[in-house]
Design a protein around this ligand. Structure first.
Ligand SMILES: Cc1cc2nc3c(=O)[nH]c(=O)nc-3n(C[C@H](O)[C@H](O)[C@H](O)COP(=O)(O)O)c2cc1C
Length: 338
């Protein structure tokens, strides 16, 4: 049974409870973070000393994400949700990244004192429950500069670069790389196998994976798409579809990049991703991801000159406006606890 994880009663935050109770409550927001394939690759361990964020290796896509980069970004996004919610409830947060021998332990979190939430904190918190990935074609709405600048301030503080691109020349070059990446990926049977293993039919009750809402298929093809995508290589048409969407349904691209490419960069990318997505949701804008060219090592190297970005692009997002899609499911907090 899929729990309705979006029905959190904010008023039940235990203001008078101890740190453990407060951190437990904040996990309700952490689990609403975005994640690659909606795999939710996080585990949480609560103790008297605080909260541990642990990478769930069983939920990492072995073929697309061999170094767990995207999975760790997703865990960073969950940390970002905890930060935003803690600030809203008036708590400051201390986040320590762990680089110990326990390779799956990513970070340790404590609530450290009082915090006076500002306008942004309140707006971002209220966007948590209605933020969503939307893969439709977008209209021409552009994000307001002021909104982006406020997120860029946070990004700079974490050594993450957030830049926007609207130049048609750059979009054409980028979409060519996306097409090459998509064709290559779908030509690999093991890629198709892994991709379809995270696909869910619209009738599925599983609390993870991609339900197909907001994708290119409607309900009947949705039921058929899993075997069809698994057995046959549709890379050519999916590549063309992506090119068309980049050129005709994506008024703005956002690139999140870093100067290095290690666990700290990935966790910081995830935290900035959360703030950026919440700001866009607050502005009533829609977002989806177009990361295929980053996932191919040689194509990734060609991206910085196109977007004048830092050396390691981590995520590329399309930004615009479209009508909402259905929400994706989540595992409950209990299912994520160690
Ligand atoms: C690191 C990361 C990588 C992602 N990559 C893609 C992607 O390549 N294509 C895509 O359509 N969605 C991508 N997503 C979006 C997820 O599929 C989405 O977050 C997940 O299905 C949960 O849905 P929600 O964002 O609506 O809550 C990515 C998300 C994250 C955090």
């Amino acid at each position: 049974m899929v729990a309705n994880v979006r029905e959190i009663k904010d008023g039940l935050f235990p203001f008078n409870g101890d740190e453990l109770h407060q951190l437990t409550f904040l996990l309700n927001y952490a689990i609403l973070a975005p994640s690659h394939y909606n795999a939710q690759p996080w585990r949480f361990r609560l103790s008297d000393s605080g909260l541990d964020i642990i990478l769930d290796k069983h939920r990492v896509s072995r073929f697309v994400d061999p170094h767990s980069r995207e999975a760790i970004i997703s865990c960073g996004a969950a940390i970002g949700m905890i930060e935003v919610a803690a600030h809203y409830f008036g708590s400051s947060v201390n986040i320590n990244y762990e680089n110990t021998t326990d390779r799956d332990l990513l970070a340790h979190i404590n609530l450290t004192g009082t915090y006076d939430p500002i306008e942004n904190d309140i707006a971002w918190f209220h966007a948590i429950k209605h933020r969503q990935t939307n893969r439709k074609y977008f209209d021409d709405t552009e994000p307001p500069n002021q909104a982006i600048e406020s997120v860029q301030g946070y990004a700079n503080a974490l050594d993450v670069q957030l830049s926007l691109a609207r130049d048609i020349g750059a979009i054409v070059k980028f979409s060519d790389l996306v097409e090459r990446a998509v064709k290559r990926q779908f030509a690999r049977p093991w890629f198709r196998f892994e991709f379809t293993s995270w696909q869910r039919s619209m009738l599925s009750l599983k609390p993870d994976g991609l339900t197909g809402h907001g994708f290119y298929h409607t309900s009947l093809p949705n039921l058929l798409s899993k075997p069809m995508l698994n057995w046959f290589n549709w890379g050519s048409s999916i590549g063309k579809y992506n090119v068309d969407k980049c050129r005709h349904g994506s008024p703005t691209f956002a690139v999140i990049a870093t100067a290095n490419d290690n666990r700290t960069d990935w966790l910081n990318t995830g935290r900035i991703l959360t703030i950026f997505l919440l700001e866009l949701a607050h502005q009533g804008l829609s977002v989806s991801y177009i990361n295929q060219a980053i996932q191919e090592k040689d194509l990734r190297k060609q991206l910085p000159p196109i977007f004048q970005s830092m050396l390691y692009p981590q995520l590329i997002l399309r930004v615009g406006k479209a009508s909402p899609v259905q929400f994706t499911p989540r595992r409950s907090v209990e299912q994520t606890l160690l």
